[in-house]
Design a protein around this ligand. Structure first.
Ligand code: PBG
Length: 325
């Protein structure tokens, strides 16, 4: 026998040398939730280990993320009061704006402060936009509100905004508003390809969403990949700086296709349901948690993602550091 691939797997050093895919803290973004009016952090039951933060604990967690060398944090705000127009989203003293200010004050430029630009956390009907009289999501009215949100976030010190509502023209509207307000350096991390997915289930608890029904008139059909490439092309044209695919695990072919189609950095969102599945299986002793997490994050990188949003980001980076000691 002349060919023995196993020779390259004999020791840990050998395997490390020929490893094709690397994962580093600088490639990871930690999504975090902050809720208005909380006194103590509140556990999210469907996401063991993830909490809704108070402004105070959010500050501390952001410092830990920066110390661990993460790329950044993605902030989601949960307001005390929701209404039909999601007005908390454009309140200069609203929870998300205050959180951005607090975190930026804490971390400066040590790590990136990013924010969700979407209305679903703020509306009482739970949709990502405002509704028309007949109850449809009003695309063009919504993107005007997104643009205002983005400007507010920029004034609060955000490094990058993440429009996640899948409205047509959202990236262009936000870019134009940011530039007009003097925030031309603020990056747009576009949720370009976002599927209507059951794997967002636990997130709905995390942001206390009241959504009834589904988002299939604006999020994409899981069956489609050509449509994903179209969405990406439109976002690139409108000025996206980074394009994202979401969820990650069921869509690794989409990540790969987009990696090959564009020159921009590509991100993937390892979403709440993907987190919950592994945590639940591990809690039952059915799989090895840490190994499953490594495998998941490595797989997303191998598919072509430059950046990964993951609720495990800090946990993973902290474990890496302990191993290096
Ligand atoms: C919308 C938004 C959602 C997620 C991120 N941004 C929910 C949705 O579109 O239904 C889901 C993230 C996750 O499941 O981890 N603001």
């Amino acid at each position: 026998m002349q060919q023995r691939p196993r020779r390259l797997r004999t020791t840990a050093a050998m395997r490390a040398m020929v490893g094709e895919t690397s994962l580093e803290p600088r490639q990871l973004i930690l999504p975090m939730f902050v809720a208005e009016g909380l006194r103590e952090p509140r556990q999210i039951s469907s996401m063991p280990g993830v909490v809704q933060h108070t402004l105070d604990t959010l500050r501390k967690a952001a410092v830990e993320a920066a110390d661990a060398g993460l790329a950044g944090v993605m902030l989601f705000g949960v307001p005390e009061h929701k209404d039909a127009r999601g007005s908390g989203a454009i309140d200069p003293d609203g929870i998300l704006t205050n959180a951005i200010r607090a975190v930026r004050e804490e971390v400066g430029d040590e790590c990136l402060v990013m924010s969700d630009v979407c209305l679903d956390e703020f509306t009482d009907h739970g949709h990502c936009g405002v509704l028309t009289a007949s109850g449809a999501v009003d695309n063009d009215a919504t993107i005007e509100i997104y643009a205002q949100m983005a400007v507010l976030h920029a004034e609060a010190g955000v490094h990058a905004v993440g429009p996640s509502g899948m409205m047509d023209g959202q990236v262009g509207a936000i870019r134009e508003a940011l530039d007009a307000s003097g925030a031309s350096d603020v990056v747009i991390l576009a949720y370009s390809v976002k599927y209507a997915s059951a794997f967002y289930g636990p997130f709905r608890e995390a942001v206390a969403s009241t959504l009834k029904g589904n988002r299939r008139t604006y999020q994409q059909d899981p069956a489609n990949i050509r449509e994903a490439l179209r969405e990406v092309a439109l976002d690139v044209e409108q000025g996206a700086d980074i394009v994202m695919v979401k969820p990650a695990l069921g869509y690794l072919d989409v990540v790969r296709a987009i990696r090959e189609a564009v020159d921009l950095p590509v991100a993937a969102y390892n979403v709440s349901g993907e987190y919950a599945m592994i945590e639940a299986a591990a809690a039952n002793g059915w799989i090895n948690r840490d190994t499953a997490i490594n495998e998941t994050l490595t797989g997303i990188r191998r598919a072509g993602a430059d950046v990964i949003l993951s609720y495990w980001a800090l946990d993973w980076a902290t474990r890496l550091r302990a191993q290096m000691r």
